[in-house]
Design a protein around this ligand. Structure first.
Ligand code: FEO
Length: 169
């Protein structure tokens, strides 16, 4: 593995950790508004991002590189509305898609086939990530800004299963 690839994989591991941090901040915002279902959706998303970060970690180590923990920047903690939170989540996923695409382009440039194959999972995953955040944005827009509509969406988002089961709360 070249130094450029190792550095770029480490940067993406950090970006996945930031994603986890951002979604946990969004969960906390929803918790403070009494929207437990939205908070549940964000906590499931946080766990997914941690799994993504660990996938990068494992791959770096398997290739004989060194996974280095860099500083994780602080995410925002306030948003204008529940809809705005999900719009931000969708925008964030679109940004992550562009980061994965750039990483893939670098792996092609460096003729690093193993990294290209590893990244294919993330290319597919990003389609799913954008679709699931986009679906909630659509629901929130339909619900409008009425509390009744938002609470209906909240009830639905409470159904999302956590990828990693948590101890009894
Ligand atoms: Fe790790 Fe939400 O992409």
């Amino acid at each position: 593995m070249t130094e450029r690839i190792e550095k770029a994989l480490n940067e993406q591991m950090n970006a996945e950790m930031y994603s986890a941090y951002l979604y946990l901040s969004m969960a906390s915002y929803f918790e403070s508004k009494g929207l437990e279902g939205c908070a549940n959706w964000m906590k499931a998303q946080t766990q997914e991002e941690l799994i993504h970060a660990i996938k990068f970690y494992n791959f770096i180590v398997e290739r004989g590189g060194r996974a280095v923990m860099a500083e994780i920047k602080a995410p925002p903690s306030e948003w204008e509305s529940p809809l705005r939170v999900f719009e931000h989540a969708l925008e964030h996923e679109q940004l992550v898609t562009s980061l994965i695409n750039k990483l893939m382009e670098l792996a092609i440039e460096e003729k690093d086939h193993a990294t290209q194959i590893f990244l294919q999972w993330f290319v597919t995953e990003q389609v799913e990530e954008e679709a699931s955040a986009g679906a909630v944005v659509d629901k929130m827009r339909l619900a409008g800004e009425t509390s009744g509509g938002v609470f209906m969406v909240d009830r639905e988002l409470a159904q999302r299963q956590l990828p990693i089961p948590m101890p009894q709360e």
